[in-house]
Ligand binder design. Structure first.
Ligand SMILES: Nc1ncnc2c1ncn2[C@@H]1O[C@H](COP(=O)(O)OP(=O)(O)O)[C@@H](O)[C@H]1O
Ligand SMILES: CC(=O)OP(=O)(O)O
Ligand SMILES: [Mg+2]
Length: 396
C-alpha cells in the first residue's frame, strides 16, 4: 500500500496533476500523471500510469469548478488502494506576505484570496482546487507553493514602480512569476552545466503565459513579468507590456470598464488577438503550413514575428541588466517543442554571440548551440510538479 502525495499545477491553459509515491521520498517517483486542457467546448482529460500506460483519454463537457468534481471522482476511483497524505498546489501570487511554501489553513486561503485583484486571471483558478479539497477532505494537509517565491532575490530598485509612493504601500510593486519553473531549471543547471548555473543565464519560460528570468549566479536578478502576469512578453492571449496610454484611450474613447479591460488585455490579445485565430502555437503553425499564401497565414506570420520580436527585445534588456549573457534556456510548452521559434530567436541574437546548431535544435537536443557559440543554448523541459512535490514533502 502506497502513501501518495498529489500535486496540482494549474496554468492558464491547463491543469496538470501528479500522484507521487511518498515512500520513494526524494526520488519523486510518479505513480500517475495527467492533464486537463481547457478547450473551447469543455476540457480534454488524459492520464497515464508510471510506465506510460494510458489510463484515460476523454473529452469532458464540464467547465469551471465542475471540472474538479469530475477530477476528484476519477482520482478517488483510481486511488482506493492508496492513501493520499498531502496535496501540493501551484498558487500564482504569494504577494508580500508569502515568501516561501506554506501549509494551507483557512486564514492562509483568506489572505491569498485577497490577492485576487493582483492577478484576476490566475489567483482564483489556482486556489480553486485547494478550496474544493479543503471542503471535501478538511483534515488533509495542503501546501501552497508560489510563482513569486523565486524572485524574492530581485534587488529593491528593480521591484519599485515609478508611481506615487502610496501605491507601494498597497503592495503595488513588481513580484515576477513562473518562479516554480525557474527554480526547477536553476537546480537542473547546477547538474547539467555548472558554468551556466554560476554565470549569466536567461531562462525563457514560453508557454500559454510567457516570461524571461535573468538568472545571475543561480538567483533571479530580474524578470519580465512584474506586478501582475500581464507584464513583459506577448503571450497566448495576453498583450504583455504595452503603453499605458492605450488603456487611457480605451477608457476615454470606448468607455471601457474594468471587465472590458480584463477581457481585452488578459483574454483577447497576444497571439490570439494579432492572428485573430488562436492562442495556440500548434494550431497557428498547422494552419499556416496548410495554406501558406492565404490572408490568414499573413496574419499568423505577423503574430509570430511580433512574438519573436518581443522576446528578442526583452532578452536585450535582461542582458544589459546582467552585464552580458553566457547562457539561454528554453522551457515550457512553446520553448520545449517549437524549434522554429527557437531558431528565429537565436538568429536574432547573433549580435550576442549566439550560434545555433540547427540539426540539434530540430531534434530538440538538450544542448542546441554550436561549439563556436559564445552563449550556450539549452532546452530543459520544466517540471513544476516535481518542485511542488519536494516543497510539500519538506513541510510534511
Ligand atoms: N508541440 C508543440 N509545438 C508548439 N507549441 C506547443 C506545443 N505543445 C504546446 N505548445 C504551446 O504551449 C502552450 C501550453 O504551454 P504550457 O507551458 O503547458 O502552458 P500552461 O502551463 O500555461 O498551461 C500551448 O498553448 C501551445 O501554444
Ligand atoms: C504566471 C503565468 O502566466 O502562468 P501561466 O503561464 O500558467 O499562465
Ligand atoms: Mg505552466
Amino acid at each position: 500500500m502506497h502513501d501518495g502525495v498529489v500535486v496540482f499545477n494549474s496554468g492558464s491553459s491547463s491543469l496538470k496533476f501528479r500522484i507521487y509515491d511518498k515512500a520513494a521520498s526524494q526520488q519523486a517517483t510518479v505513480l500517475v500523471k495527467g492533464e486537463i486542457e481547457h478547450t473551447p467546448n469543455g476540457a480534454r482529460f488524459c492520464a497515464q500510469n508510471h510506465d506510460g500506460t494510458v489510463l484515460a483519454q476523454e473529452d469532458w463537457p464540464q467547465t469551471g469548478l465542475a471540472i474538479y468534481d469530475q477530477l476528484f471522482q476519477w482520482l478517488e476511483h483510481f486511488t482506493p488502494k492508496g492513501r493520499v497524505v498531502a496535496v501540493g498546489h501551484r498558487i500564482v501570487h504569494g504577494g508580500a506576505d508569502f515568501l516561501k511554501p506554506v501549509k494551507i489553513t483557512p486564514d492562509v486561503l483568506d489572505k491569498l484570496e485577497r490577492l485576487t485583484p493582483f492577478d484576476p486571471l490566475h489567483q482564483q483558478a489556482t486556489l480553486a482546487p485547494a478550496k474544493a479539497i479543503a471542503q471535501k477532505w478538511p483534515g488533509l494537509v495542503q501546501v501552497a507553493c508560489f510563482d513569486t517565491t523565486f524572485h524574492s532575490t530581485i534587488p529593491k530598485i528593480a521591484r519599485l514602480l515609478p508611481l506615487p509612493r502610496r501605491y507601494q504601500a498597497q503592495g503595488i510593486v513588481r513580484y515576477g512569476f513562473h518562479g516554480i519553473s525557474y527554480s526547477y531549471i536553476a537546480k537542473c543547471l547546477t547538474q547539467l552545466d555548472p558554468t551556466l548555473a554560476t554565470g549569466r543565464t536567461i531562462i525563457a519560460h514560453l508557454g500559454s503565459g510567457a516570461s524571461l528570468c535573468a538568472l545571475k549566479a543561480g538567483k533571479s536578478l530580474e524578470t519580465t513579468m512584474g506586478f501582475s502576469a500581464l507584464d513583459g512578453l506577448m503571450m497566448g492571449t495576453r498583450c504583455g507590456a504595452i503603453d499605458p496610454g492605450v488603456l487611457l484611450y480605451m477608457v476615454q474613447e470606448e468607455g471601457a470598464d474594468w471587465h472590458t479591460l480584463v477581457q481585452t488585455l488578459y483574454h483577447d490579445s497576444g497571439l490570439l488577438g494579432v492572428s485573430g485565430i488562436s492562442p495556440d502555437m500548434r494550431i497557428l503553425r498547422a494552419l499556416r503550413a496548410k495554406n501558406p499564401t492565404s490572408e490568414q497565414s499573413a496574419r499568423i506570420t505577423e503574430a509570430l514575428s511580433l512574438f519573436v520580436y518581443r522576446i528578442v527585445q526583452e532578452i536585450g534588456a535582461l542582458t544589459a541588466v546582467m552585464g552580458g549573457l553566457d547562457g539561454l534556456v528554453f522551457t515550457a510548452g512553446i520553448g520545449e517543442h517549437d524549434h522554429m521559434l527557437r531558431q528565429e530567436v537565436c538568429q536574432a541574437l547573433s549580435w550576442a554571440g549566439v550560434v545555433l546548431d540547427t540539426t540539434a535544435n530540430q531534434q530538440h537536443a538538450a544542448l542546441i548551440s554550436a561549439s563556436q557559440s559564445r552563449v550556450s543554448v539549452r532546452v530543459i523541459p520544466t517540471d513544476e510538479e516535481r518542485e511542488i512535490y519536494l516543497s510539500t514533502l519538506a513541510l510534511l
